[in-house]
Design a protein around this ligand. Structure first.
Ligand code: 3MF
Ligand code: MG
Ligand code: MG
Ligand code: MG
Length: 402
């Protein structure tokens, strides 16, 4: 009974779409927007925010996401920084009310400032850890004010470049305690949204602590945080970790930990986080199948953590790129629904595992047997015969739906 819009919950990110300039290590900014004078002033911040809401409305997207430092300039003191944030939050609240656009999630930028050069929550200097906590506390305050439905943590600088100067256990323990404090503060605020950790490997640190979904799930379980946190999965980070596009979505979902998706893509033949708009329907189908199977993403959504290319100087590309991506996921949703509704593939998967429904298989699956009993079973029944395989059959069946 849910509409496509209710399943998809699209969101536009502020950082690429309104702070992305097209600058890269080889070239100056190209995406000079008519409303943006490039200055880090409050007046410019307000113009940007107004332009952003005009864009959300014209595009017809109901959610947005942002980092604290995207929306308001950092001041010379903490008090000034927080005053800037408060002033912009008031404007954002006014624009949200006027347009009906809601905040899918907020996050703290704990990676851009030089003070985070050696990490935020995992920094070897406790003063920096304290500052990062203070920044997150304020960002959680404004998230609540804006009715954000989730709060995200990407450990941008949480990792190391050389093991020779690094005590990994101290750093990971401090990081876990940081997350415990955030969870405690969430309770104090009465914030009911999800706290989400976003895994990413390889960049910016050579060795990132939140490498991929299973690494983060293991970390959360080890430190007793798995009831407090879920994951925000970015497929471009997943392929960067060497997995298939949908892998981390599937793994997080299997453990009940899939909270939201930074819906983008990277070229599988490129080795970094290119943040392209997703245009591959097969990938989108596999993602949406997992989302449908877990009953949706709410309160999470499909956030376009994607950037228009630096050659896209024509403003229309801001629209076309997002529309193409929404189209891709809409097709993915239809395909995934068809796969689940006609039931052929799910039926074959069920059949494949049917030996765990009864007898010795059921005992294995329920953890109710032992090596001794299994040995007895094999002694009585002999070795299993070699099965006949049908692997390519499944791969080719996808083409029927996509
Ligand atoms: C980096 C990212 C980040 C996160 C953001 C929120 C700048 O590769 O994907 O975007 O999405 O910090 O978690
Ligand atoms: Mg992201
Ligand atoms: Mg990313
Ligand atoms: Mg990316």
């Amino acid at each position: 009974g849910r509409t496509m819009e209710e399943w998809l919950r699209f969101s536009v990110c502020f950082w690429h779409t309104f702070r992305g300039t097209g600058a890269d290590p080889f070239g100056f900014p190209t995406l000079i927007r008519p409303w943006d004078d490039g200055s880090d002033t409050m007046a410019n911040a307000k113009r940007r925010l107004r332009a952003a809401f005009e864009f959300f409305v014209k595009l017809g997207v109901k959610y947005w996401t942002f980092h604290d430092r995207d929306i308001a300039p950092e001041g010379n003191t903490l008090a000034e920084t927080n005053r800037n944030l408060d002033e912009i939050t008031d404007l954002a609240l006014e624009l949200q009310k006027k347009t009906g656009v809601k905040c899918l999630w907020a996050t703290s930028n704990l990676f851009a400032s030089p003070k985070y050069m050696n990490g935020a929550a995992s920094n070897p200097d406790s003063h920096v850890v304290a500052f990062a906590a203070t920044q997150v506390k304020k960002c959680m305050d404004i998230a609540v004010k804006l009715g954000a439905e989730n709060f995200v943590f990407w450990g941008g600088r949480e990792g190391y470049h050389t093991i020779l100067n690094t005590d990994v256990l101290t750093e990971l323990t401090n990081m876990a305690n940081f997350f415990k404090m955030a969870a405690a503060y969430k309770k104090k605020l009465g914030f009911t949204g999800n706290l989400l950790i976003e895994p990413k490997p390889k960049e910016p640190a050579k060795h990132q602590y939140d490498y991929d979904a299973m690494t983060v799930i293991g970390f959360l379980k080890h430190f007793g945080l798995d009831k407090e946190y879920k994951l925000n999965i970015e497929p471009n980070h997943t392929t960067l970790a060497g997995h298939g596009y949908e892998h981390d979505i599937i793994m997080a979902s299997a453990f009940g930990m899939l909270g939201s998706v930074d819906s983008n893509t990277g070229s599988p033949d490129l080795g970094w986080d290119t943040d392209q708009f997703p245009m591959d329907t097969k990938n989108a189908t596999l993602v949406l199948k997992a989302i449908l199977e877990q009953g949706g993403l709410k309160p999470g959504g499909l956030n376009f953590d994607c950037k228009v290319r630096r050659e896209s100087t024509d403003l229309r590309d801001m629209f076309i790129s997002h529309i193409g991506a929404m189209d891709t996921f809409s097709r993915g949703l239809k395909n995934a629904a068809a796969i689940l509704e006609d039931g052929v593939i799910p039926g074959q998967v069920k059949e494949r595992y049917s030996s765990f429904q009864t007898g010795i298989g059921e005992k294995i699956n329920k953890g109710q047997t032992s090596f001794e009993e299994l040995e007895e079973y094999v002694t009585k029944n002999g070795a299993p015969s070699n099965p006949s395989g049908r692997q390519e059959h499944y791969e080719s069946m996808m083409n029927h739906y996509v």
